[in-house]
Design a protein around this ligand. Structure first.
Ligand code: NAD
Length: 452
């Protein structure tokens, strides 16, 4: 997948010979080149160290049988840079045992290669009855988020909480581990993902996890939406690319490129859901994946904001994604085993000056995920959201230079993300292999310093 055209002249400069020399002399940030997914290439650049003494270490060894796993990094392989390190912390039940994190990860930090992946596995704290165990499992979050801030060269750290009653074999964990232990999660850093106790079936081919699925992507004519259409199609889905009628040729171009269907559709129209339902029922056997990506900004300080700006942002960003799911359910057009993925924003988590309307809608989207998780679970449908940070698009290219540069650098990876980073996260959520992944909000922001 080609990267979006970047206006990051700073990154280009510090990667040049004289620029790199100057940046290191002046102590300026030198953004690392992130390793991203390429079909046919190994998921990671080096072996994965597996450790810990919990209930998941053996299942994980089986789930990752095709990875180059090592159990200790001493001896002959000591000089080799690690592609990743996975630590099963589910066996930690007392404060004293937390030292296991220190003992496992500490010696490895200097052996990590470019874009290496650290993954901590824990038990979902809210579901633990024992007080000490609850406390120490919660502690894993602070460890993970802090070590992520210390990593260099594109390396990231994530925490995965697994339901205490996860089925033997922990099949629901596989898609998450494969997403995190690959270039698909290049711009996802310091995130916490919760896995339910549901089983999940591995796809016939991990490179085509969406084979046979029909996906709707709104706002697909350009930007992040166009890349979502490309990635879902690459992963095997038939994509219905929807955008406002005025998007015309750009929308057709995206649909043609991915061998999908172009659907001119204003998501705020009263009959939007009905139109989608008619299409998927007449041409397909229903819809499997809904990606509510269409979104707008109408920024103004609250004191200067006219009601039109407020209302239009509410209509596109919050009312439409809820209404679409309601209508598709009412029309019985959303298939069992399906997935809804909504696009939030870090502005909905941290807040942003000049974006009271937008921030409210993007936090509301997280509310949609929370509220619909149990409702959709009854039909075996998952719902999750991505919250992008600074992504290189036409939208962010329009931000004044100084603000744009600050936005880019204020995260642990010291750069903006690519549209493909958001799209990969969405495809991971959309996969039937992620049947045990619901109710999550994953930020695709390189551990932005804005917000948690
Ligand atoms: P973009 O403006 O480039 O693309 C948005 C698309 O949505 C456009 O093609 C537009 O025509 C379409 N759209 C707008 N109103 C519509 C409607 N009523 N019906 C159907 N389509 C409609 O924006 P983008 O940067 O690609 O953003 C995509 C999503 O990601 C948005 O929800 C945005 O809020 C979110 N987001 C973006 C960033 C970023 O850095 N670019 C950061 C956080 C969140």
């Amino acid at each position: 997948m080609p990267d979006a055209p970047s206006t990051d002249f700073y990154a280009a400069f510090v990667k040049s010979g004289p620029g790199s020399f100057l940046a290191s002399r002046l102590g300026l940030p030198q953004p690392p080149v992130l390793r991203r997914y390429q079909a046919g290439k190994p998921a990671l650049a080096g072996p994965v160290l597996l450790g810990g003494k919990g209930r998941l270490v053996e299942p994980v060894r089986e789930l990752l049988a095709d990875y180059d796993l090592v159990v200790n990094n001493g001896g002959a392989r000591g000089a080799e840079k690690l592609g990743g390190a996975v630590f099963d912390a589910t066996g930690i039940t007392s404060i004293d045992e937390l030292v296991g994190l220190y003992e496992f990860f500490g010696p490895q930090i200097r052996s990590l290669g470019n874009s290496a992946r650290l993954v901590v596995l824990g038990t979902t704290p809210e579901l633990i009855e024992d007080i000490d165990e609850h406390i120490v499992q919660r502690a894993l979050e602070g460890f993970t988020r802090s070590v992520a801030k210390e990593l260099r060269d594109g390396a990231t750290a994530q925490l995965v909480y697994v339901h205490p009653d996860a089925a033997t074999g922990a099949s629901g964990l596989a898609s998450t581990l494969r997403f995190l232990l690959s270039g698909k999660s290049a711009y996802v850093d310091a995130q916490v993902i919760r896995i339910t106790d549901k089983d999940a079936t591995a796809p016939a081919d991990w490179d085509k996890p969406l084979a046979g699925k029909v996906a709707l992507v709104t706002g697909a004519a350009r930007g992040i939406g166009a890349t979502i259409a490309e990635v879902l199609s690459r992963d095997g889905a038939h994509v219905i690319a929807a955008d406002i009628p005025a998007a015309g040729e750009a929308l057709s171009a995206v649909a043609n490129k991915v061998g999908g269907t172009a659907l001119p559709l204003d998501v705020t129209a009263e009959d939007a859901g009905k139109k989608v339902a008619e299409l998927v029922k007449s041409r397909h056997s229903g819809l499997d994946i809904v990606v509510n990506n269409a979104g707008i900004t109408r920024d103004k300080l609250l004191a200067n904001m006219d009601e039109g700006r407020w209302n239009s942002v509410m209509a596109v960003n919050l009312k439409a994604p809820k209404q679409l799911v309601d209508d598709l359910l009412a029309e019985d057009a959303l298939n069992e085993g399906g997935a809804v993925v909504d696009v939030s924003s870090i502005a909905g988590i941290a807040g942003n000056r000049g974006q009271t309307n937008y921030g409210a809608t993007k936090a509301g989207v997280i509310g949609i995920v929370d509220a619909y998780t149990p409702v959709l679970a009854e039909k075996n449908i998952t719902i999750n959201a991505v919250a992008p940070g600074f992504i290189e698009t036409a939208m962010t290219a329009a931000i004044p230079l100084a603000t744009r540069q600050a936005g880019r650098l204020m995260n642990s990876l010291q750069q903006g993300g690519q549209t493909v980073d958001v799209a990969e996260t969405i495809s991971y959520f959309a996969s039937p292999a992620s049947a045990a992944v619901t109710g999550n909000v994953v930020r695709v922001c390189g551990q932005s310093l804005l917000g948690a």
